[in-house]
Write a protein that binds this ligand. Structure first.
Ligand code: UD1
Length: 341
């Protein structure tokens, strides 16, 4: 079976994807600089799969170290590139760090792939590239216009997509799959791996679970005066395990030479938008835990509503996110309980 190089494989989405790849029989080598994760994640992966993935502590910006990985693992047939900094607020404060880290790592990786005759890459992008889509583009399909990014983080996703397109144009051997994720949440059903935010969580679900367990006094709901049915923002929350499975499909499609275009783009979402208050209320219902919350003002830069039209991923990739939101929220809660026990 083929080996897949997973950059950022000890991170949140990377670890779940590694599990799904290994369960489908792929060999994996993870590279990660452990800047936002720890090698304990490898224990979690091993506990689920029964085998430990190969791991190299390497920064994707370090060309020599990346080259050494390709030299050591001669059976690598594809790369899934997750490794990146992803905190929106931090990217506004430290744009150069974000541009250096997120752009140079992709450039380095593409250079080394070419030098070592590896021609398949899956890139971890985001629905953030669509900004707030106009009403006629909701739900969002892959043809919706890309809008000016609201943060350096978002801009790095857009520029990285362009880097991939330009390189694919010049290097006709390269095949790329760009996956635009909506809002990944939840944890593996085994509770062996999950999301481990650094410091105060910025994303909704980790904040909800940390409040539920008593680490935070209350959740702040950012705005209830949006033009939505209950006034809170709407997102397309997708189960991280469903999302991980889409990566396996994308890899299979490239390795089996089924891709119709050199660069293919897929939106990965459920097709269903849920509001912040719906998430909160469903969480309280399924867990039976009361989460104290307060409605506060809007968060700067927030988008009112966005959800996916996942038809292309459903039909072309043969993939569907179908885990019920109740199960997803319970998985997040079980994970929070596990890491605090
Ligand atoms: C954010 C980023 C997005 C990035 C994604 C990564 C912004 C504007 N967007 O998406 O670029 O790809 O994270 O996961 O930061 N909320 C609360 N209280 C909280 C936290 C969040 O009410 O304490 C609300 C937010 O206002 C939003 C929803 O929950 O309506 C989801 O927020 P979040 O999880 O941060 O995701 P996004 O903002 O969609």
């Amino acid at each position: 079976m083929a080996r897949i190089l997973v950059t950022g494989g000890t991170g949140y989405i990377g670890s779940h994807t590694t599990v799904e790849l290994m369960q489908q029989g792929y060999d994996v080598v993870i590279i990660d600089n452990l800047s936002n994760s720890t090698s304990d994640v490898l224990d979690g992966i091993e506990a689920i799969v029964g085998t430990r993935p190969a791991f190299e502590q390497v920064d994707c910006n370090d060309a020599q170290a990346v080259a050494d990985v390709f030299t050591k693992y001669t059976d690598i047939q594809g790369v899934i590139h997750f490794a990146a900094s992803k905190a929106v607020g931090e990217s506004v404060e430290q744009p150069l760090m974000y541009y250096r880290n997120n752009l140079m790592s992709l450039v380095t990786l593409l250079e080394q792939m070419k030098a070592h005759n590896v021609h398949n890459i899956v890139f971890s992008s985001s629905c953030t590239v669509y900004g707030q889509p106009a009403e006629e583009h909701l739900p969002v399909d892959e043809t919706a216009p890309i809008q000016v990014a609201l943060s350096p983080y978002g801009n790095t996703k857009q520029i990285n997509e362009e880097i991939i397109r330009d390189e694919a144009h010049a290097n006709t051997q390269l095949h790329a799959t760009i996956l635009r994720y909506f809002n990944p949440i939840g944890a593996h059903p085994s509770a062996m791996i999950g999301e481990l935010p650094n410091g105060v969580p910025q994303n909704l679900l980790p904040f909800v679970t940390q409040t539920a367990i008593g680490l935070r006094p209350e959740l702040k709901v950012f705005g209830d005066d949006y033009n939505t049915p209950d006034g809170s923002c709407i997102r397309d929350y997708i189960y991280v395990v469903d999302l991980a499975k889409a990566h396996v499909k994308a890899v299979e499609r490239m390795l089996n030479h089924q891709a119709k275009e050199q660069v293919e783009v897929f939106n990965l979402g459920t097709g269903r938008g849920l509001s912040v208050l719906e998430i909160l209320n469903t969480f309280m219902q399924v867990t039976g835990v009361k989460v104290p919350y307060q409605i506060v003002g809007r968060r700067e830069g927030d988008i009112e509503q966005v959800w996916a039209k996942p038809d292309k991923a459903n039909n072309v990739l043969g993939w569907k996110a179908d885990t019920p939101i109740e199960d997803v929220l319970l998985s997040a809660w079980r994970w929070e309980q596990k890491i605090r026990s």
